[in-house]
Design a protein around this ligand. Structure first.
Ligand code: SF4
Length: 733
């Protein structure tokens, strides 16, 4: 092990830079005592008898400037963790997992795949990937599914995260890069409209990039809750707009209406750089502020004020080169059945103001998962081939067949998006043999109870993980794989900047990398193309695969990344990277942005209409500072688990009083899909018609047992923010 390995945090898309060094005294600084974590089916102990082998230090980098959040500071606790799975585990007829050799494990998997092919056809084998995988693993996983497993059935958990924003970005701009500008450009903004993102908890070092706008009184946060980020607007920092859940789209249309009807739109930009704006302008007539107030609960005065501030700052930036105006969206507005249209409305607003492609302003979406950006570019999506190419595009299929050295006919067509994929588990014509890589769908997927039933109905479930997650606990076979600091690779952060993940530690002897695993299985299954267990070799192939695609990495190599080059895609071979997109034109053939008129869907309208029913409440799910995604990793870190050991239902004092619920009291939250029991957190930070439950926890505290598997028809994004629930005091039952 070398000392001082420069790498990046294993968690979110900010990909904060850190240095890993040998721990002066392994275990120093970490409490020896285990901290119980409710509901964890963890062989090897509950949360965290962590004895970190490495120490973490923040490292200077534009996204984090040396800062880390609690998750990053404690990330080394996962390495050398006592609960680590370190050998293949096969579930016996008694339901208990027992160790077997890797040779036995590989033979079992190959036999299960062949058996499933023979009995149910190639599409009976499925692969569920993750936005946490490195670019190399995401790329090879797509190739592995299509050429080694010969299935179209591959999708990933990014469907629950970025799919609506990605669909909207592709529709409007012809390309989807989360932030089409470096994150540091936000520093000089005078106004930032932040739609549905609680960065103060999800990626705290990002908040420093909001400071300039906040100091100028121009931070505008849209969130039904007074979240930590919304609270940042206090004391003259800006405006907090608190709409009823599910009404974000109407609110954005209301702001857009004011921009248009007060003559604040950038008409020269609309005429010169967009298509479809006339239809959008017409569609906004129905969303005057007073009507939008009645839909959203946001005062018309604040809707007008928001529009005027945005327009003023956009004009100042353009005409006088001062300040800047940005619109950023997050999961709060995107995780809806009309998430794509809501993100489209945000993009339309930015285009009305002439922000995208201008020097000091822009629109972007904040990617969540660590490699949420790269994870959606290299082919692990159901409808996609590497280079962000459509799998249905004949030219894309020809290109990939050439790179892979196979006949085009061997590349399957489009598969099923994640929710449909998961609904098919165990069905006669569905997925019967499933590989899961780096995802914990038993906790993170909507309608988690139905997903767990689906997992249990499979003929064979293989889970590749480093902990016995709730999904791994359901597996026939658990394959132990390397962690973030035990392997080389690349990630692509929320700016579309490709960065290096470096190995600082040798994995435990029984652990293998996923690249190794795919390579060995591809050989056993006689795949018609070569696979590699060497990340650099895989990246070289990824470069070729991406060449000429939207996400073109062909000019990027490990050496330039190691030399510190800021490599933003598209980066064609022989060319240079692109920190700021759209300066010359958008990615559609005519170089113009496509504006599409959108209105709230009937489904969303039902959602806010029913909010007036006194008994039911709108459930919004979300994240806590201490935990990441399904919590499979962070619930095992002692300090994080001690700080947030369990899910708590946030509800307003009036809502609590009506139900006889006291702060800290046990409450039952239920609907037609399930029931959970958690403690109450009574707070004025939330609206009386809404409750909030974090989704990081399993079992009795699992928020996703209540969420709905209804999806956005364009992106396949599930509805995570407006499920209807009934809340009662558990003591009263
Ligand atoms: Fe890691 Fe994200 Fe926290 Fe940075 S903000 S330390 S990347 S979890």
């Amino acid at each position: 092990m070398s000392s001082g390995t420069a790498t990046h945090c294993p968690y979110c898309a900010l990909q904060c830079a850190m240095t890993l060094s040998p721990a002066a005294k392994p275990g120093a600084g970490f409490p020896a005592a285990d901290v119980p974590t409710p509901g964890l089916p963890t062989p090897g102990g509950p949360a965290a008898s962590a004895a970190p082998l490495l120490e973490v230090a923040g490292r200077e980098f534009p996204t984090n400037r040396g800062g880390l959040c609690r998750k990053g500071w404690t990330s080394a606790a996962l390495l050398g963790h006592a609960g680590r799975v370190t050998e293949p585990l096969l579930k016996g007829s008694d339901g208990v997992h027992q160790p077997i050799s890797w040779e036995q494990a590989l033979m079992l998997v190959a036999a299960a795949v062949k058996d499933s092919w023979a009995r149910h056809g190639h599409d009976s084998v499925g692969v569920f990937g993750s936005g946490g995988l490195t670019n190399e693993k995401a790329y090879q996983l797509g190739k592995f599914a299509r050429l080694a497993l010969r299935t179209s059935r591959i999708d990933y958990n990014g469907r629950f995260c970025m799919s609506s924003a990605a669909a909207a970005g592709n529709r409007a701009f012809g390309v989807d890069r989360g932030l089409p500008f470096p994150v540091e450009d936000l520093d000089s903004a005078s106004v930032i409209l932040l739609l549905g993102s609680n960065v103060a908890e999800t990626m705290p070092p990002f908040v420093q990039h909001l400071q300039g706008a906040r100091d100028a009184g121009g931070l505008i946060v849209v969130d039904p809750r007074r979240s930590a980020t919304a609270a940042f607007t206090g004391n003259g920092g800006g405006i907090h707009l608190q709409p009823l859940p599910g009404t974000d789209l109407a609110l954005i249309l209301g702001i857009s209406h004011v921009v248009v009807h007060e003559g604040l739109a950038d008409t020269a930009f609309l005429e010169g750089r967009t298509n479809g704006h006339k239809a959008v302008l017409r569609s906004l007539n129905a969303f005057w502020p007073e009507r939008v107030q009645s839909i959203t609960g946001v005062p018309a005065t604040l809707i007008r004020e928001t529009a005027r501030r945005l327009a003023r700052s956009a004009r100042l930036a353009k005409d006088e080169g001062r300040g800047g105006c940005y619109i950023l969206s997050g999961r709060g507005v995107e995780q809806h059945v009309d998430g794509t249209d809501t993100a489209t409305a945000a993009i339309n607003l930015s285009l009305l103001l002439g922000l995208p492609g201008s020097a000091r302003s822009g629109y972007g979406t904040l990617t969540g998962q660590g490699n949420g950006q790269g994870g959606r570019e290299h082919g692990q999506k159901a409808d996609q081939l590497p280079g962000y190419r459509k799998i249905t595009d004949p030219a894309a299929r020809t290109h990939m067949a050439k790179v892979w050295g196979v006949d085009e006919s061997l590349i399957p067509g489009a598969g099923l998006p994640a929710v449909e994929f998961l609904k098919s588990l165990g069905q006669p014509d569905g997925v019967r043999c499933l590989f899961v890589h780096g995802a914990n769908v038993a906790v993170s997927a909507p309608d988690a109870g139905a997903v767990i039933a689906g997992l249990r109905s499979l003929d064979f479930l293989v889970v590749c993980d480093f902990f016995m997650s709730e999904t791994a606990a359901e597996a026939d076979l658990v394959l132990p794989v390397a962690q973030w600091a035990e392997e080389e690779g690349t990630m692509t952060n929320l700016e579309g900047r490709v960065i290096r993940r470096r190995r600082a530690l040798t994995p435990p002897p029984g652990v293998r990398t996923e690249l190794w695993l795919m390579t060995r299985l591809a050989e056993l299954l006689e795949a018609p193309s070569t696979f590699s267990d060497d990340p650099r070799t895989v990246f070289e192939e990824l470069r070729l695969a991406s060449a000429g695609g939207l996400a073109d990495y062909s000019g990027i190599d490990y050496d330039m990344l190691d030399a510190g080059e800021a490599a933003y895609w598209p980066y064609p071979a022989g060319g240079k990277g692109t920190p700021r997109l759209f300066a010359e034109g958008f990615a559609h053939a005519d170089g113009r942005a496509a504006m599409v008129a959108v209105t709230p869907s009937k489904r969303a309208q039902r959602s806010f209409a029913s909010a007036s029913e006194p008994e039911s409440l709108a459930l919004a799910t979300g994240r806590l500072l201490e935990h990441y995604q399904s919590g499979a990793q962070t619930r095992r870190v002692a300090e994080l688990s001690a700080s947030q050991p369990e899910a708590r239902l946030q509800l307003h004092p009036e809502t609590a009083a009506r139900r006889g619920i006291a702060d800290g009291g046990l409450v039952t939250v239920s609907n037609e899909r399930g029931e959970v029991q958690v403690r109450a957190e009574v707070s004025t930070a939330i609206r009386p018609d809404t409750v909030f439950l974090p989704f990081h926890f399993p079992g009795a505290g699992s928020a996703n047992r209540l969420t709905e598997a209804a999806t956005d028809p364009i992106s396949g994004m599930p509805e995570f923010k407006t499920s209807r629930v009934w809340v009662r005091s558990a003591a009263a039952v």
